[in-house]
Design a protein around this ligand. Structure first.
Ligand code: ADP
Ligand code: MG
Length: 264
């Protein structure tokens, strides 16, 4: 339950690597089409160190595509996606690998490796991609599992976990790569309602730790609480953005008002 979880949430090691020199994310006139379907129609967005940005908007508005362009899970059609000043949209080879490693992503579905223990799920990528030795990767993996309240589940298999626990493992797995940026795409949408809170608590703690984050979310109350800025997207454009109180209480555009009237 949440109470025992928050008792465990005492952190000793810094987990984010911050490059102070340049903003973590600058998106410049980003366009993305799938065939004839232009899904992103010129997105401009800058996200500062430690900033938490919530992206909201109707289904099909391009939120997931935007997130996937940030870490090059999608190729962009035109425009720039600068990660600490380097254009990931045009990067190749080692430079692309290095930029991707700065960004952790958590999806609606957890995609854990079912045949591995929880700890191996968390400790695998640092060993394979960063050549961290096994002992170090496992030690760090244990710390991260503690951090998400699952220190006692290291030897379990994913199938033995609840949905909320699986999603917390997925977060620990992303953190194992020491990303400076975390992206969450509807991380709680597939969960039973009673498990949403424990995952939001982990995200809340990450925000408090200074992690730079972009959260695509349907949880308006959570966006309001945790985000420094809320971006409302519709039809492949950013319609408006602002601090949560302003955007939720005093939206300027009809499309924003219409959307909020349906979800709040
Ligand atoms: P959201 O996350 O806001 O619901 P998406 O970014 O998932 O929106 O989708 C925006 C549009 O892009 C939708 O019309 C969707 O059908 C289309 N789309 C997304 N991914 C693909 C793809 N891989 N191939 C073709 N069309 C896609
Ligand atoms: Mg989506």
């Amino acid at each position: 339950n949440n109470e025992s979880f928050s008792e465990k949430a005492v952190y000793t090691t810094p987990i984010t690597v911050i490059d102070e020199a340049l903003p973590p994310i600058q998106v410049k006139n980003l366009h993305k089409s799938f065939g004839d379907n232009e899904v992103l129609k010129g997105i401009d967005l800058e996200i500062g160190n430690g900033e938490v940005v919530a992206v909201i908007g109707p289904s099909g508005s391009g939120k997931s595509t935007l997130l996937r362009c940030l870490n090059r899970l999608e190729e962009t059609t035109s425009g720039e996606v600068l990660i600490n000043g380097e254009n990931i949209a045009a990067a190749t080879g080692n430079a692309l690998d290095r930029l991707r490693q700065k960004i952790g992503m958590v999806f609606q579905h957890f995609n854990l490796f079912p045949n591995m223990t929880v700890l191996d799920n968390v400790a695998l990528a640092p060993q394979e991609t960063k050549k961290m030795d096994r002992a170090e990767a496992r030690e760090r993996g244990k710390q991260l599992l503690e951090r998400v309240g699952l220190g006692d589940k290291a030897d379990a298999r994913p199938a033995q976990l609840s949905g909320g626990q699986k999603q917390r493992v997925a977060i620990a797995r992303a953190l194992a790569m020491r990303p400076g940026i975390m992206l969450f795409d509807e991380a709680t949408s597939a969960l039973d309602p009673e498990m949403v809170g424990e995952v939001l608590q982990v995200i809340r703690d990450l925000a408090a730790s200074g992690m730079t984050m972009v959260l695509v979310t349907h949880e308006m109350g959570f966006a309001r609480e945790v985000a420094d800025r809320v971006v409302f997207m519709a039809g492949g454009v950013v319609v408006e953005s602002g601090d949560p109180a302003t955007l939720f209480d005093n939206p300027q555009h009809e499309r924003t008002k219409d959307f909020l009237s349906k979800v709040l």
